[in-house]
Unconditional design. Structure first.
Lengths: 128, 128
């Protein structure tokens, strides 16, 4: 493991760091998830993004069952060492709802609207 | 307060939600910070981004002392309601180190390099 990286990173009480995934060439923010040290090591080693699933308490190899993988292009860390930015190429869609990205609720005044379309039917998300 | 928004949002045990700030026209990811309900309400009401400072346990009106304010362009929430995306116009620089954005550590193999320049000298950050 990269020693300088370990010095910089600040994990929270659960041993996790939030990681933002951004499509490297368009700047689109795809999703935010969490990584632990194992997920970080695997991501840097394989070049395929792996998160930590808080609901399953297990490594979450993004796209493993759906094919919607994220290939790492650049791994960035912020000034405080407590947030990661993953610049990636997203295969297919990032969101479990079948949308390209997870940030589809748009809030204005007293309304919440949905601003993007479902590209892959949710029931087809995990049929490879 | 927008009732539908309150239904969607999921705060953590500390009553906070992570918020990503992105420059609305270039896609640059500027920083990640935290918001509580008061910070969200103030941001939506004023159109100027306000976070919750975990170190000071106080509302953090971004740019209040430095002039490096963030003007809200779009307020997005993700599929799970546990992450906010603020599309903003950043005046000056987002990072307390005087860099445009906070994600200046780039990690590759065994090296960590710094990939952006200081634009404002840190000692000048809070002299308005």
């Amino acid at each position: 493991m990269n020693e300088k990286l370990v010095e910089i990173l600040k994990f929270n009480d659960q041993g996790l760091i939030p990681a933002i995934a951004q499509q490297h060439d368009t700047g689109e923010i795809l999703m935010m998830a969490w990584m632990n040290l194992d997920a970080i090591q695997e991501t840097l080693k394989t070049g395929q993004v792996c998160y930590w699933s808080r609901s399953r308490s297990a490594l979450w190899r993004k796209g493993e069952s759906s094919g919607h993988i994220q290939t790492l292009k650049d791994f960035r860390v912020d000034c405080d060492g407590d947030t990661i930015l993953l610049q990636v190429h997203q295969e297919g869609v990032a969101c479990h709802t079948g949308r390209r990205n997870c940030f589809f609720y748009s809030v204005e005044d007293d309304t919440v609207s949905i601003n993007s379309d479902v590209i892959v039917a949710p029931e087809d998300m995990y049929k490879k």
